[in-house]
Design a protein around this ligand. Structure first.
Ligand code: GLU
Length: 307
């Protein structure tokens, strides 16, 4: 995609303050696009309306501004787009790829449910071939699943390198709409990135296995595949993943104690982008950023060393 202006995105879930891992992923997403004169899009991923709020969304915008991570436009939050997702759902329905699934949570995750050796659950297609009479016998609303092909998806990830996944063997037919009518992340993200013209998706390594799921839906909807870069997770010195539970490392606390430049310098140094741990603005850092500088393995960071 050499001659195309890169379009990247921030896709935060407004369920709390950003922690260092979120900041790191947002920083790399921004650097990748801005170092090549591209455009950034912001989108609030608030499908889970119980856990998210417009207040957190506003704080996230302010935190991005404080960090110096600018964006050019914000697309509507996912909670307002179910009418759009309906249209894509109908297209899958027209393609004959959807079926209702009545499995309960305990059926899906019980001891006899099929799991891969790493504990990943593979849906065995239990409800795929139910008759109309069998469907009518359930007195509850179904989730809806899309049939996945027995095919290997290949991702050339900018950090991880070559990654493959066979959706039929390692995932099974995917839920696209839950029984309560809420669309799932995989469908919403594919539609939103596709409609916004996103050319590169940069996010945490924990979402690497989502890339093939989204590539499948992109193919069905006729969206091009974006480039992918799944950045390493940040770990505490004891090997724990930094998370929103580490309250002292969320931006609410950090903003009281350090400057944005100090925070960005520390993250950039830990990630291998600069050789010394010195304060630096995102804008300055963009002049030095190239993907090959970024470390590929987990990044250990003693957040407390920041203050
Ligand atoms: N909303 C997700 C998160 O906050 C990110 C999803 C994505 O980047 O595709 O973890």
């Amino acid at each position: 995609m050499a001659d195309v202006t890169p379009v990247g995105r921030f896709a935060p879930t407004p369920s709390g303050r950003m922690h260092l891992g979120n900041v790191f992923a947002a920083l790399i997403a921004w650097l990748s696009v801005r170092s090549r004169g591209g455009e950034m899009v912001l989108r609030m991923e608030d499908l889970d309306t119980q856990r998210t709020s417009t207040e957190f969304a506003e704080v996230l915008r302010q935190d991005l501004q404080w960090l110096g991570l600018s964006y050019d436009r914000e697309t509507p939050p996912q909670s307002q787009r179910s009418g759009v997702y309906d249209q894509y759902f109908d297209r899958l329905q027209d393609m004959g790829l959807l079926y209702p699934c009545y499995c309960t949570r305990s059926q899906l995750h019980g001891v006899n449910a099929p799991h891969l050796s790493d504990g990943t659950y593979v849906y065995p297609g239990t409800c795929r071939n139910l008759t109309e009479a069998q469907r009518a016998a359930f007195d509850r609303k179904p989730a809806w699943r899309v049939i996945v092909p027995d095919k290997v998806w290949e991702v050339e990830d900018r950090v991880h390198g070559h990654y493959t996944l066979n959706l039929a063997m390692e995932c099974g037919d995917m839920v696209v709409r839950r029984a309560d009518g809420v669309y799932v992340y995989q469908l919403a993200v594919t539609v939103d990135d596709g409609e916004a013209g996103v050319t590169e998706v940069v996010r945490g390594m924990d979402l690497l296995s989502s890339a093939p799921r989204q590539m499948y839906l992109q193919d069905l909807f006729g969206f091009p595949h974006p480039d992918y870069g799944h950045v390493p997770m940040l770990l505490a010195p004891d090997g724990r993943r930094l998370s929103k539970r580490d309250r002292d490392l969320d931006l609410g606390e950090l903003r009281k104690r350090v400057t944005a430049e100090r925070l960005i310098g520390t993250l950039a140094y830990a990630g291998g982008i600069i050789d010394q741990n010195v304060p630096i603005s995102a804008r300055e850092l963009a002049k030095e950023f190239t993907w090959d500088k970024l470390r590929g393995d987990s990044i250990y960071l003693d957040g407390k060393s920041l203050y």
